[in-house]
Design a protein around this ligand. Structure first.
Ligand SMILES: C[S@@+](CC[C@H](N)C(=O)[O-])C[C@H]1O[C@@H](n2cnc3c(N)ncnc32)[C@H](O)[C@@H]1O
Length: 286
């Protein structure tokens, strides 16, 4: 596709090149099926502006909840666990998986770039340590407060109502972008904790519920709301930048990138999820 198209960013209209960019053998505006560690190895050094990674949290560790009428798999702890093969590794495997993908992510990220990584207590400590080992510098730890979180069914623990996000740059000279003015004065009216005109803090109150449109193309057990990745992009990237999404799932972060006027490349292991993502991105049949 050639030409220019316009997107709306708040009240502003931005025109960006629609022509896909080449990145090694990949071209932007696509989701590729495969193992992201292997696929990332084919991306040139320091070529992407922002990485938004929502990796497996490794929460699928049995821990069933027994009820009078039967057993609910994965609900015995304090988390709605994802009973999927891709989310179930030994601790050793998960540590090595994390080091491997983060090493590639760092290599592909520009010095001016940012990476945002999702997690909960199950995996975020491992990601934090892996970043320190790889000398990826953490800029902020953000708490995503989920005001509408699912109740704890066992009644034996507190209701888990937040996730953690690490914002980092590749390490070395600090030249990452931060759209400070937007962080302070942008429109964050859906966030009850953000005071207009005041500095943005590290606790974000963003509802986890998805719009009908976000759910219309099929189910993913760990789908994130698009508004979350849009905020990360607005804070640390600019229209025309390239966004890499190593664990694309149903495509939420790719949609956020597109809607913010960025080029995106997604990687995803599971064919069914690639189809959902392509359908959400309006690429059915491609
Ligand atoms: C937490 S989910 C991401 C969900 C996504 N944020 C969304 O909103 O749909 C993690 C995804 O990583 C995928 N995945 C797991 N291991 C992978 C790997 N090695 N390479 C690529 N994708 C992988 C899973 O299939 C799953 O869809």
């Amino acid at each position: 596709m050639q030409g220019l198209f316009e997107i709306k960013n708040g009240s502003e209209k931005i025109s960006i090149e629609e022509t896909p960019k080449e990145l090694g053998r990949f071209s932007t505006q696509n989701i590729y099926m495969g193992n992201s560690i292997e696929l990332m190895r084919e991306i040139p050094d320091q070529s992407v502006d922002i990485i938004i990674a929502d990796p497996p949290y490794n929460t699928s560790k049995g821990n069933n909840l027994s009820m009078n009428y039967g057993t609910l798999p994965g609900f015995g702890g304090n988390w709605g666990k994802i009973s999927e093969v891709w989310d179930d590794m030994s601790l050793e495997d998960y540590i090595s998986f994390t080091l491997n993908w983060l090493k590639e992510a760092k290599r592909t990220l520009k010095q001016s770039g940012s990476m945002w990584v999702h997690g909960t207590y199950h995996n975020i400590g491992i990601i934090n340590v892996a970043m320190q080992i790889l000398e990826i510098e953490i800029i902020n730890e953000v708490v995503w407060y989920k005001r509408n979180s699912f109740p704890n069914l066992s009644g034996r623990r507190l209701t888990a109502s937040h996730e953690t996000i690490l914002w980092a740059h590749r390490g070395g000279k600090r030249s990452y972008s931060f759209n400070y003015e937007h962080s302070k004065n942008g429109d964050f009216s859906d966030d009850n904790l953000k005071n207009p005109g005041k500095q943005m803090r590290t606790v974000w109150d963003l509802p986890n519920n998805k719009t009908k449109q976000e759910l219309a193309h099929g189910k993913h057990p760990a789908q994130k709301p698009v508004r979350l990745a849009r905020r990360m992009i607005q804070l640390s990237a600019s229209p025309g930048d390239i966004c890499l999404v190593p664990f694309a799932g149903s495509g939420s972060e790719c949609i956020a990138a597109r809607d913010e006027g960025l080029h995106y490349i997604g990687f995803e292991l599971n064919e069914e999820y690639v189809q959902i993502a392509n359908s959400r991105l309006g690429k059915d049949g491609l």
